[in-house]
Design a protein around this ligand. Structure first.
Ligand SMILES: NC(=O)c1ccc[n+]([C@@H]2O[C@H](COP(=O)([O-])OP(=O)(O)OC[C@H]3O[C@@H](n4cnc5c(N)ncnc54)[C@H](OP(=O)(O)O)[C@@H]3O)[C@@H](O)[C@H]2O)c1
Length: 269
């Protein structure tokens, strides 16, 4: 067995890596040997802290400010990453947010904000990544694939979510975006998959776990009877980015403690 780490010498861009799931994935990829671009849009101090932890553990990377919904900023992030590190091997399309409201009260601004970041942002980043993967092709010493894209979707790409129609629509869109790109470029050794997290302990959903009452209520939806941690998603991302999953393409790997198992039927329905 070689001591080579699974993502040794690979360059990863992780969008929205200043917090929560993105931060967890950035650290996990770094542990697996990747150099990480810690993208953020407003929280520079938090991005610095994530990179600081990575460096403290012997990893390397940079922080990069870019709003993923802005074409020029995304293109600049990819250009600068390629200039500095030579290429991009892995894209983690993670940046996302919620703007919740009852459907009849959702403003066009709330709709466009969520679709702009959660869906258009994934399109803009994936397009730049695919261009670079096609240009470079496979480098067998690094990976059997020309490139890997992992879209962070949600269980809400399949579970409808009242009060969150804009968010659920964005994640349903991510599912078909991911599958269509995977189909289009599979023969060129580009792999595109999603991770569908269930409830993960991050700032996006702190209301669902911050009090014991809220947490007990949340557990009714989770057969495994615990909330997920960013590390659970980080572990899945390392696997999907590595050659261990080389024959896996176009799937959503749900990491949700069984949330998709119709928990209402747990006690005989
Ligand atoms: N937590 C869950 O239970 C859960 C479940 C399913 C799916 N997800 C998905 O997981 C992803 C991460 O969520 P999270 O829970 O980790 O949320 P979070 O802790 O709120 O982190 C969101 C991240 O996205 C970044 N971001 C927001 N707008 C951005 C933009 N325009 N451009 C670039 N970055 C931007 C934020 O950076 P700044 O602060 O710098 O703006 C932050 O780093 C999202 O796609 C979310 O839908 C989460």
């Amino acid at each position: 067995m070689s001591n080579r780490k699974k993502l040794q010498d690979q360059i990863a861009i992780v969008t929205g890596a200043s917090s929560g799931i993105g931060a967890g994935i950035a650290k996990a990829l770094s542990e697996a040997g990747a150099t990480v671009v810690v993208n953020y849009s407003s929280s520079a101090d938090k991005a610095e802290a994530v990179l600081g932890e990575i460096k403290q553990r012997g990893g390397q990377g940079i922080i990069w400010k870019a709003d993923v919904s802005k074409e020029a900023e995304v293109q600049d992030m990819f250009r600068k990453t390629i200039e500095q590190f030579g290429t991009v091997d892995i894209l983690i399309n993670n940046a996302g947010l919620q703007k919740d409201a009852k459907f009849h009260e959702i403003t066009l601004e709330q709709w466009e904000k969520v679709i702009g970041i959660n869906l258009t942002g994934q399109f803009l980043c994936a397009r730049e990544a695919v261009k670079e993967f096609l240009k470079r092709g496979v480098v067998p010493s690094r990976s059997k694939s020309a490139g890997k894209i992992i879209c962070i979707s949600s269980v809400h790409e399949v579970i409808p979510w009242a009060g969150h129609a804009n968010y659920a629509a964005s994640k349903g869109g991510v599912m078909m975006l991911m599958k269509s790109i995977a189909q289009e470029y599979a023969s060129m050794k580009i792999r595109v998959n999603s991770i569908g997290p269930g409830a993960i302990r991050t700032p996006i959903n702190h209301a669902a776990w911050q009090t014991p009452e809220a947490y007990q209520n949340l557990l009714k939806l989770i057969p495994s009877k615990r909330i997920g941690e960013a590390e659970d998603i980080g572990n899945a991302a390392v696997w999907l980015a590595s050659d261990d999953s080389e024959y896996v393409n176009g799937i959503t790997l749900f990491v949700d403690g069984g949330m998709l198992l119709y928990p209402g039927f747990e006690d005989n329905g």
